[in-house]
Design a protein around this ligand. Sequence first.
Ligand code: DX5
Ligand code: ZN
Length: 220
Amino acid sequence: MTNPLWIAPSLLAADFADLGAQVRQCEAAGADLIHCDVMDGHFVPNLTFGPPVIRRLHALTSLPLDVHLMIERPEDSLGWYRDAGAAYITVHQETCSDLRSVLSRIRSFGIRSGVSVKPATPMQTLESVLGDFDLLLVMTVNPGFGGQRFMDEVVPKIAEADRWRRDGRAEFRIAVDGGIDENTAPRVRKAGADVLVAGTAVFQGNIAENVRRLREAATC
Ligand code: DX5
Ligand code: ZN
């Protein structure tokens, strides 16, 4: 059984001086989620935005906000993202010493919990928290920057997560993030991904056309 495909434009590649209009264009283009990359300059070298920007975006779109926290000590600020209107909060496995309690805290807010793994992080690190997350975000590049090359060697991790679902061990959505475009989308979809996070492939050029082409590429 395959979940319906969701397209999640990643705002990292959007025009930060015109974020509101870009989000509205994604909505009109039929995107399913808005992926918000929060970076702290520590866990990853880059810096982006935080709760005040997310709060403003929440006020102007009805699309669910999928907040990808690339920050150290995410447990210190989860409440800020809940208050800002996140529908999903995703933390990195590598940043949590007690991952189960962080995930259950997110769920206790009445929102969906997500966990992400960097390309080099083994899937076994998640086996002890199966059942505690609603979204698994498999990084197909090293987090921190948009426009990087998709790492083919990560595809077996997507397939492994899909096997966990097929074996009935847990129910969750599999999202992929990094280098997703018309060429890589069919490969990750075939491996079991059901949420495509895409920055460059959505925001470079015409958003509506790009979302349509991405969906079409992953559907055949
Ligand atoms: C990278 C971010 C991604 C990024 C993807 O650390 O998590 O969401 O925006 O960008 P593209 O789609 O350009 O690889
Ligand atoms: Zn991301």
